[in-house]
Design a binder for this molecule. Structure first.
Ligand code: NAI
Length: 685
């Protein structure tokens, strides 16, 4: 017997076990919105009246169980009262599920995140598919909130407070096996055994899992404040409460009410209600939506490359090749030097050990990465990525050699950071096929990839480059072929201003600390040392030929003296074994009042100039590019969004003052005079 509604259907089998299946209409993934929750509630009410032997909840979507609450619904919440109502309704249905008089099982595959896991926590038992695709977690903190559908109330009791708080504070997700180890799921089995595992739990009704021993003790009143203090310290090392209030609110809630189910549920409702309507959550939700938008720019079905050939096995080419192979591509990597190719494989092996852990997966990934000194892979590649020296003649000579050997429809991409594509394309018979796929260093950590087009680029090549980017799990940002593209152009004035401040006698630590206080993930001086001062200098010189960018003499002197940053053991800081050695350069007590303004206004001003010039198509893409390309304070929602929040008029006033006191580099971009511009182009608020 099957009963079908819009998002759920209920089947009863011959043993009177009810199978409740979620398949959210018009959606690729299951998320919990108002309709889905109301429908579930109605089904549970029916089951209360006609109890089955047991209930199994699972998903009909191939990609997973439930990916969480519907984030689009969050963006429509205007008041705390509306938020509390939504949370209350969600909690109500999970409570109802938990109170059912017959055994209940969540049968999990793929994504089981946020509200999806909280729903599963309302079941008596959980079984999960042990495939790699299974991801179980509570990532709410990344959206500036914390679990609200009973996660804080239930998880510590199930697996002990240390593991529960770690999951909720980090937002990380677990494989089925890791979840089984913690006691979060009862069984992790191959997909084909899932139904049997669920059925057997219903038939045998073993005791429900609970944290025992010391794990249970961590949840009691005398220990909670102690553990809470430790957790606050750990969180403080990563996020400031004024920037990211959610983890602190979560700790406070658990310390205060942890042992008391009803009080914790009420506390969840009040706390998430407040957080979700606050600035940090609104901006982090915005960042999530911006990320979704970048993902949709690349249509994976449009182009399904299997073979990639990378030319140049240096810092970038080597890591690009390794990353593509990690993502399942067959990769050949070409370099003139054998020892460079050997290093590529060595670096790849350590990346794969870190990411894949299981030896058989590491071996399979390494098998996909083939050193290819003579470039034989060119002929068979669907995508050829050139990442050799930043030299026009060398790149053009290479293109002349490879173009006739490439497959007719293959994509030709350059990783150049500064040479106009028009110039590189002059060496090609078909310049329209050339596109920039500009990765950032370190490739394995930087999600963003700029997709660069020149006036003659075939739009189809751009679309295929974006599709390829999605196949290797990076975020494509389409940009025009103008100096520095978007990310380096916006970042560089900020880095150079930091160098100016140091040259004036401000300690590097003071400069970096000021940027951290604004919310940047790393100080500009530490960043310059990490990127390499030689690379900063070369980008700065290229930008200085076209823009208001003066290259500080200090930067030139340091590079000339061989101080190139982390890689040479000395830049603005000194490094031993890759770690910073604390030095006392500069006067730690010399802190001009305008350090933050000088740093940030150069960045914000350049962002406005890029939007005005059309380097990217709209304000959201600009904000997305700077957040994912530089780590710009996510809780501020991007540079253009931050300008609105801080007040464009007030910032312009500061720019004018700095223009007078510091000179041309603070010349306000003409777009400041038309503050409406950025706001008008925004789609995601
Ligand atoms: P690199 O100097 O580390 O590596 C270049 C490699 O290319 C060397 O191993 C060299 O042996 C090889 N090579 C040169 N000519 C070749 C040829 N004709 N055939 C085969 N191999 C050849 O350079 P890096 O830093 O990896 O830069 C490569 C490209 O990526 C440049 O266009 C650069 O502008 C761009 N880029 C660099 C970034 C960085 O942070 N280093 C960031 C983003 C882009």
């Amino acid at each position: 017997m099957t009963e079908i509604r819009k998002h759920w259907r209920l089947e009863r089998d011959a043993d009177n076990i009810a199978w409740l299946i979620i398949d959210k209409a018009e959606s690729g993934a299951n998320t919990l919105n108002h309709e889905v929750v109301v429908e579930l509630d109605a089904f549970l009410a029916e089951l209360e009246l006609e109890p089955p032997k047991g209930l199994v909840i699972f998903s009909a979507k191939p990609n997973g169980f439930i990916a969480g609450a519907d984030i689009h619904e969050f963006t429509r919440i205007e008041t705390e009262a509306q938020a509390r109502e939504l949370i209350h309704r969600g909690q109500g249905v999970v409570n109802r599920l938990e109170a059912l008089a017959f055994p209940t099982v969540a049968m999990i595959h793929g994504f089981c995140l946020g509200g999806g896991l909280e729903l599963a926590l309302g079941c008596d038992y959980r079984v999960a598919d042990d495939a790699d695709a299974t991801r179980i977690g509570l990532p709410e903190v990344r959206l500036g909130i914390h679990p609200g559908f009973g996660g804080v109330a239930r998880l510590p009791g199930l697996i002990g407070a240390p593991a529960a708080m770690d999951l909720m504070l980090s937002g990380r997700s677990l494989s089925a096996r890791a979840a089984k180890k913690l006691g979060l799921v009862d069984h992790a089995v191959p997909a084909r055994h899932l139904r049997e595992a669920a059925r057997s739990l219903i038939n045998t009704r073993p005791p429900k899992h609970r944290a025992t021993g010391w794990r249970a003790l961590t949840n009691v009143a005398p220990l909670r404040p102690l553990l809470g203090a430790m957790l606050r310290k750990q969180v403080a090392a990563k996020a400031r409460p004024e920037h990211y209030p959610a983890p602190y609110a979560l700790i406070d809630l658990w310390v205060k009410h942890g042992g008391n189910r009803a009080a914790t549920l009420l506390g969840e409702e009040a706390s998430v209600g407040k957080l979700v309507t606050g600035d940090a959550a609104r901006n982090l939700i915005r960042v999530f939506m911006l990320q979704e938008r970048l993902k949709t720019l690349g249509d994976k079905k449009l182009f399904e490359p299997k073979r990639v050939h990378v030319i140049g096995g240096g810092v970038m080419g080597g890591d690009i090749a390794a990353w593509c192979a990690l993502c399942g591509m067959q990769v050949t990597v070409q370099d003139r030097k054998d020892e460079t190719l050997a290093k590529v494989v060595q670096r790849a092996a350590s990346l794969y050990h870190k990411k894949l852990k299981q030896p058989r997966l590491v071996t399979a990934a390494l098998d996909r990465l083939m050193p290819d000194k003579h470039g034989r892979g060119v002929e068979r590649a669907d995508v050829v990525i050139e990442a050799i020296f930043e030299d026009v003649a060398a790149k053009q000579a290479l293109y002349r050699d490879i173009e006739p050997r490439m497959k007719p429809g293959a994509l030709l991409a350059t990783n150049t950071s500064s040479i106009p594509l028009e110039i590189l394309g002059e060496a090609l018979e078909q310049p329209s096929r050339l596109v920039g796929i500009h990765f950032f260093n370190p490739v394995a950590q930087m999600q963003l990839v700029e997709i660069v087009r020149h006036a003659g680029t075939d739009p189809d090549a751009v679309a295929r480059a974006m599709a390829f980017t999605r196949h290797i799990d990076r975020l494509p940002l389409p940009v025009a072929s103008s100096p520095g593209f978007l990310v380096n152009r916006v970042l560089m004035p900020y880095l150079l201003e930091a160098v100016n401040l140091v040259a004036e006698g401000v300690a590097p630590q003071v400069v970096d600390e000021t940027a951290l206080a604004f919310g940047m993930p790393m100080g500009p001086i530490a960043l310059a040392d990490t990127v390499g001062l030689d690379i900063c200098l070369s980008v700065a010189e290229i930008l200085s030929q076209r823009l208001h960018v003066e290259v500080p003499a200090r930067l030139r002197d340091m590079v000339a003296a061989g101080k190139r940053g982390v890689k040479t053991g000395e830049g603005f800081y000194r490094y031993e074994k890759g770690k910073t050695v604390v030095t006392k350069a500069g006067k730690a007590d010399f802190r001009p009042a305008d350090i933050q303004d000088r740093l940030m206004l150069r960045l914000l001003n350049e962002a406005r100039a890029c939007l005005r010039e059309g380097v990217v198509a709209d304000a959201d893409l600009l904000d997305a590019g700077i957040i994912f390309g530089t780590g710009f304070a996510p809780f501020r929602g991007g540079p253009l969004h931050a300008i609105e929040a801080l007040g464009a008029d007030a910032l312009l006033e500061k720019m004018r003052n700095l223009h007078q006191s510091q000179g041309e580099r603070f010349h306000p971009d003409e777009s400041w005079l038309n503050s409406e511009g950025a706001a008008q182009q925004r789609l995601i608020t």
